[in-house]
Design a protein around this ligand. Structure first.
Ligand code: ADE
Length: 415
């Protein structure tokens, strides 16, 4: 790349970051406070996050707080190269490029760890996994985890006594899960499917596998676009919830025969398998919005296909079966919202990443007294993020009266 190309890329990245910042008033306010108080002075932070404009705003806030930062991508396809270029200008060491192979992806995480971090930020637990398995030389004070899949892995590590430091489950805060997982995944997943295919969703049958916060968001947005939505689940309570919300609930074996668009959002592997792919209709669209590319069995798809037309459109590969049916796989089965679209809108990342920034500042003082384990974000951080977001949105709410406060705290008061 010539110096001129790099300058243009950097300028494009700065514009994109500036655009995101406009919708991130809470994180911007926290960055200003960090700049004044410098709560992260002298700390080294290694982050493994999707390298997007919203992540750049978070990195700016941590930098303003005094942290030295190295950033690697948490997915080989989600990096916005212009943003990565611009972050370098802000003095952040970025190890990420869109479309790298898996070897390079893991090398980048190692390079971020070479900073010898005090605190780590992870999205999916790949960095923490490498720390525990391949970099035992490094001693880390604490970490934050951004996503459901990462929390599942961390809880398993904690249960087995393998986790070596405290990790804050940022994913589990209400201000993250209720907005980012639901509205963020919902909107950006449909955005990714539409950008990739330009398919009309009205009147089509969309099968959503998984009815957690993310799946619920996808189902709601698909319904809003006029699709008939079928939900598949393994959890009886979530299945019941979906049914009572008016969705049809079916096992994947039956849904596979009738769906036009399939979206996996379960966090588990092999949700769409060979036996399902074998009975699908001609022209179906297969998309994944779960963290890892394990939910659609791409190997089985390759095995069934007589030929593959890669890149019939950007982010669309067409698998042609022996009888002529074509199955369209989006984004190689990786996160469709971050590969074919731009990830969650900045307005929701504002809350998730504000919780991240405040959790890092909290760890900076508290990690020394925390034994290894998975910790909830302190409730006052959650409430502060929500209060700041309400204020930025111009929404006022009521306060408890003294009598109400007493009533809530007294079991003696009758009805
Ligand atoms: N995860 C989902 N959307 C994201 C975004 N816009 N930036 C960073 N991480 C994300």
């Amino acid at each position: 790349m010539t110096a001129r190309d790099l300058a243009e890329l950097t300028e494009a990245g700065e514009r994109r970051i500036g655009w995101a910042r406009r919708s991130m008033p809470v994180l911007t306010a926290i960055a200003a406070r960090f700049a004044a108080e410098r709560p992260l002075d002298g700390l080294r932070v290694a982050a493994c996050l999707h390298v997007t404009a919203e992540t750049a705003v978070l990195m700016g806030a941590l930098r303003a707080g005094g942290a030295e930062i190295a950033l690697a991508a948490s997915n080989p396809l989600s990096t916005q190269d212009d943003v990565a270029a611009a972050l370098g200008v802000y003095g952040i060491a970025v190890h990420a490029r869109a479309g790298v192979d898996m070897e390079t992806y893991y090398r980048h995480i190692h390079q971020a760890l070479d900073i010898s971090p005090d605190i780590v930020l992870d999205d999916g637990c790949d960095l923490v996994n490498i720390l525990h398995t391949e970099r035992p030389d490094l001693s880390v004070a604490g970490g934050c985890e951004e996503t459901t899949t990462g929390i599942i892995r961390l809880r398993q590590m904690a249960a087995e006594g393998a986790l070596k430091f405290p990790v804050v489950a940022v994913n589990d805060t209400r201000t993250k899960r209720m907005f980012d997982n639901r509205y963020g995944t919902g909107q950006s997943t449909l955005d990714g499917i539409m950008r990739a295919t330009n398919a009309l969703l009205a009147g089509r049958t969309v099968v959503v596998a998984g009815f957690g916060f993310c799946g619920r968001g996808v189902a709601e947005r698909a319904k809003g676009l006029g699709a008939r939505v079928i939900v598949t689940e393994i959890d009886p309570v979530k299945a019941l919830d979906a049914a009572l919300q008016g969705y049809e609930v079916l096992p994947m074996g039956q849904a596979a025969r009738v769906g036009d668009v399939f979206v996996t959002v379960t966090g588990n592997r092999d949700v769409i398998r060979g036996e399902h792919l074998a009975v699908m209709k001609d022209g179906v669209i297969l998309a994944n919005a779960g963290h890892f590319d394990v939910e659609i069995d791409v190997r089985a798809l390759e095995g069934l296909a007589e030929s593959v037309n890669f890149g019939v459109r950007p982010n669309v590969d067409e698998y042609v079966l022996a009888d002529g049916r074509r199955l369209l796989l989006l984004a190689e089965g990786r996160l469709v919202n971050l590969t074919a679209a731009e990830g969650h809108p900045a307005a929701v990342m504002d809350m998730s990443f504000s919780a991240q920034a405040l959790a890092v500042a909290w760890l900076a003082t508290e990690s020394v007294r925390l034994p290894p384990g998975v910790y909830d974000v302190p409730a006052d951080i959650d409430a502060e993020v929500a209060r700041l977001k309400l204020a930025a949105t111009g929404i006022a709410i009521d306060e408890l009266t003294v009598e109400q406060e007493d009533y809530l705290h007294s079991w003696r008061a009758g009805s």
